[in-house]
Design a protein around this ligand. Structure first.
Ligand code: APR
Length: 243
């Protein structure tokens, strides 16, 4: 908890990463050797990979999209706890996720900033329009807007600009509390959010199974599985602030 818990309406920014969805049945990127069909994720998640080997990239995202929609992939108690926090805090909470799954939304969150895009979405490479997309698609699939074969995964790849950066930096500058949940702190700009929040005076918390790469920048570490430590943190926060 922050030293000053006299705040009545704390402004909170939550950053989530693959670790929050691990107990929902989705693999993280860097915990289990990070390989997919013998490719490191960095090799399939780039504009260059899409240009050189589009069928590999379509296959990678089609497999992940299908997996996300299997019955055994469901939101866990950590996603649900953040939805409960949203109900209490409203606009004073911003949930930013690096995850491309929809488990926050299925867990009840109404407002989630998907800075790395969404798996259940396809984007026209020409108009940049996004469409809800639950099925597989590839280089033969026609785009609903231009009727050409221009659809790409609606994912922010390595080397591309993450989404909502203005909104996120504005919220970080105003945050009283910043918490990073289940992210290894290896991928920027998200890994730099803790520094920005700290410089703006926020109390910073890392919630993870193990310390991440930027652990030294956090004021507090909550160690354990997200499904346990996140609900505990939310409940403590709600009672401390009488929310
Ligand atoms: N509870 C809490 N934390 C967990 C759990 C769990 N059950 N399981 C794993 N973790 C932690 C790991 O200790 C690790 O620090 O989650 C983190 C997952 O790290 P990464 O696999 O690196 O995922 P993330 O930080 O989200 O990756 C960032 O990299 O590949 C790109 O664009 C992709 O958004 C992704 C970005």
């Amino acid at each position: 908890m922050p030293a000053d818990n006299t705040l009545t309406n704390p402004k909170i920014v939550v950053l989530t990463g693959a670790g929050i969805s691990a107990e929902s049945g989705l693999k993280t990127f860097r915990d289990n050797d990070g390989l997919w069909e013998n490719h490191r994720v960095e090799e399939v998640a780039t504009p260059e990979a899409f240009e050189q080997n589009p069928s590999l990239v379509y296959r990678f995202y089609n497999a992940r999209r299908a997996q996300l929609q299997q019955d055994d992939v469901q939101p866990n108690a950590a996603h649900q706890a953040l939805a409960k926090l949203e109900q209490a805090l409203g606009d004073d909470l911003m949930v930013v996720t690096q995850n491309v799954d929809d488990l926050h939304e299925r867990g009840g969150s109404k407002s989630v900033y998907h800075m790395h895009g969404k798996l259940l979405s396809a984007r026209c490479a020409i108009s940049h329009q996004s469409f809800v997309w639950r099925d597989s698609f590839d280089h033969t699939t026609k785009c609903p807007c231009c009727h050409r074969v221009t659809l790409r995964p609606d994912i922010v790849w390595f080397g591309e600009m993450p989404l909502y950066m203005d909104e996120i930096y504005t919220a970080l500058a105003q945050a009283d509390i910043f918490i990073a949940i289940g992210t290894s702190g290896n991928v920027y700009p998200a890994a730099g959010f803790v520094q920005i929040a700290k410089e703006s005076g926020a109390y910073t918390i890392e919630a993870n199974l193990a310390p991440g790469a930027t652990n030294a920048l956090f004021d507090q570490s909550l160690t354990g599985p997200a499904s346990q430590i996140v609900p505990e943190w939310v409940n403590e926060l709600l009672s401390n602030y009488a929310l």
